[in-house]
Ligand binder design. Structure first.
Ligand SMILES: Nc1ncnc2c1ncn2[C@@H]1O[C@H](COP(=O)(O)OP(=O)(O)OP(=O)(O)O)[C@@H](O)[C@H]1O
Ligand SMILES: [Mg+2]
Length: 252
């Protein structure tokens, strides 16, 4: 398994948001994570990506025990996430948003900007080529030079993904990538995820759009009140009694 999370617990003060959750993602696999509002999905993502520290459990990514790694170190190993609420820089252009997302030591970047402007220009050119390739793949080339603030909700979601792709990730945790996406464009976004999978990138997708999740994922986990309550074949999991009860028949 590329990602092996076992018995991870996360609390906010006295409140247990994630309760001994375990999940695995294989290399190149697309896995879904569903669950009602407040189930702990985003909290588990934050713990896996390193924005918050888990209280207990084990996490192994690509053979590395990552529990105590800071987020940037996990990203360097190829483990990246997008956020439920996009975090673009509104005044920067779409292209600039990608350039500033590129990994790199900021002090080093500043020194080389000062001492070796030529080298810096070369680096920026390389990153621009990479960014243009990503924008092309996501069908966003036409938005390249527009300020990010003017993008639609769905386009901002794609910009989140584009920024993450600058890290050349091997596993991306996607937090509600279809939220705010115009329903007529959901098929296009699904197609993008299929292309990412074909390029060998593993995906772990949190989503309330269960039909899309079912269509994309080879396996599905469901969380409820901090716990993983079901896992396995997506259609079987969604039809199971325990999942139906958790959703109280409302969403399914
Ligand atoms: N910073 C925080 N401080 C305290 N409690 C929090 C914090 N963030 C989340 N919670 C609580 O932890 C629980 C899990 O929240 P989380 O955002 O992980 O759920 P989720 O499954 O992602 O929900 P949604 O589907 O609505 O995004 C919720 O009860 C939430 O209110
Ligand atoms: Mg969430």
């Amino acid at each position: 398994m590329m990602l092996d999370v076992s018995d991870v617990t996360v609390s906010y003060g006295p409140f247990l948001a994630v309760d001994r959750a375990s999940l695995q993602v294989g290399a190149g696999e697309t896995v879904g994570l569903a669950g009602t509002n407040g189930a702990g999905k985003s909290t588990l993502f934050a713990a896996i990506a390193g924005q918050i520290m888990a209280d207990a459990g084990r996490m192994v990514f690509d053979g590395h025990a990552i529990m105590n790694h800071p987020a940037h170190q996990r990203a360097r190993l190829g483990l990246c996430r997008t956020f439920q609420v996009p975090r673009e820089f509104g005044r920067l252009s779409v292209l600039e948003n990608l350039l500033v997302a590129a990994p790199g030591d900021r002090m080093e970047t500043m020194w080389s900007a000062w001492f070796a402007r030529g080298a810096m220009r070369h680096k920026t050119q390389q990153l621009t080529v990479q960014a243009d390739g990503i924008l092309e793949m996501l069908g966003m080339s036409g938005l390249r030079d527009l300020p990010a603030a003017g993008l639609s909700g769905g386009q901002k979601k794609l910009l989140e993904l584009a920024r993450v792709l600058m890290h050349r990730p091997r596993l991306i945790l996607l937090d509600e990538p279809f939220a705010g996406v115009n329903p007529v464009r959901i098929g296009e976004v699904m197609e993008i995820f299929r292309r990412l999978k074909d390029s060998g990138i593993a995906l772990l997708i949190v989503e309330h759009h269960l039909q899309a999740l079912k269509a994309l994922s080879s396996r599905l986990y469901v969380m409820d009140q901090g716990r993983v309550i079901a896992q396995g074949d997506p259609a079987e999991v969604l039809a199971s009694r325990i999942v139906q009860d958790a959703y109280m028949g409302g969403v399914l």
